[in-house]
Design a protein around this ligand. Structure first.
Ligand SMILES: Nc1nc2c(ncn2[C@@H]2O[C@H](COP(=O)(O)OP(=O)(O)O)[C@@H](O)[C@H]2O)c(=O)[nH]1
Ligand SMILES: [Mg+2]
Length: 198
């Protein structure tokens, strides 16, 4: 029997953040959670899990964001954190070609850890587009993954990236996010979707 999202009290999805260190994964989680930006870098140790409730036109969903720190793709100890992931955000820093080149290995690695399970939706994020030191030009796809332009610092593009992920997770193609962790999304920002910012 199929349940509609709105039929149950809480629908929770595990979303893992992948990508090299310093690309802005922790900053991204913090921005979504409390709309703050932390400028000083402190490496993430262990794994930080945050609960991000989203009000949507299809009911409330909760993204459980898994920010796995100190992790290089291939470290078996940390791979356990990926098990059971429903989706992933693959983040790179557009001021670093290396972090861009590492998106594919990261995605391959995640898919290998999840092998045997379902195909999970993955969205790529080109972060730090505010930076003058940009060296990776804008792309719409990386090997079939949709890629979104984001500045966690200036709070642009993040919600645009979260929409397709939420739509794929809920299988509701026209889902619109109306509030993020209790903060209403401004009505005027919703049209057109490409210009959404958080
Ligand atoms: N200019 C700029 N810096 C950012 C942005 N997002 C994160 N940073 C900085 O990049 C550094 C690494 O961020 P962090 O979230 O710790 O990266 P992580 O290792 O992937 O978790 C920090 O100094 C952040 O302030 C952004 O959108 N623009
Ligand atoms: Mg971190």
């Amino acid at each position: 029997m199929e349940f509609a999202v709105s039929d149950v009290a809480e629908v929770r999805y595990k979303v893992v953040l992948i990508g090299d260190s310093k690309v802005g994964k922790t900053a991204l989680a913090k921005r979504l959670l409390s709309d703050e930006f932390v400028s000083e870098y402190g490496p993430t140790t262990g794994c930080e899990v945050s609960r991000l409730p989203l009000e949507t036109t299809e009911g409330r969903i909760v993204l459980e964001i898994w920010d796995v720190g100190g992790h290089d793709a291939g470290s078996p100890l940390k791979d356990g954190f990926f098990i059971g992931a429903d989706a992933a955000l693959a983040v790179f820093d557009c001021t670093s070609k290396d972090t861009f080149a590492r998106i594919e290995p990261w995605v391959r690695h995640l898919r290998a850890v999840l092998s045997g399970g379902r195909e999970v939706p993955i969205v790529a994020i080109a972060n730090k587009i505010d930076s003058a030191g940009r060296v990776v030009s804008a792309v719409t796809h990386i090997r079939g993954l949709p890629c979104y332009e984001v500045s966690v610092k200036e709070s642009t593009g993040l919600l645009t990236a979260i929409h397709p992920l939420s739509r794929a997770l809920t299988k509701h193609d026209d889902l619109t996010i109306t509030a993020v962790n209790g903060r209403p999304v401004k009505e005027e920002a919703q049209q057109p979707p490409d210009e959404l910012s958080l």
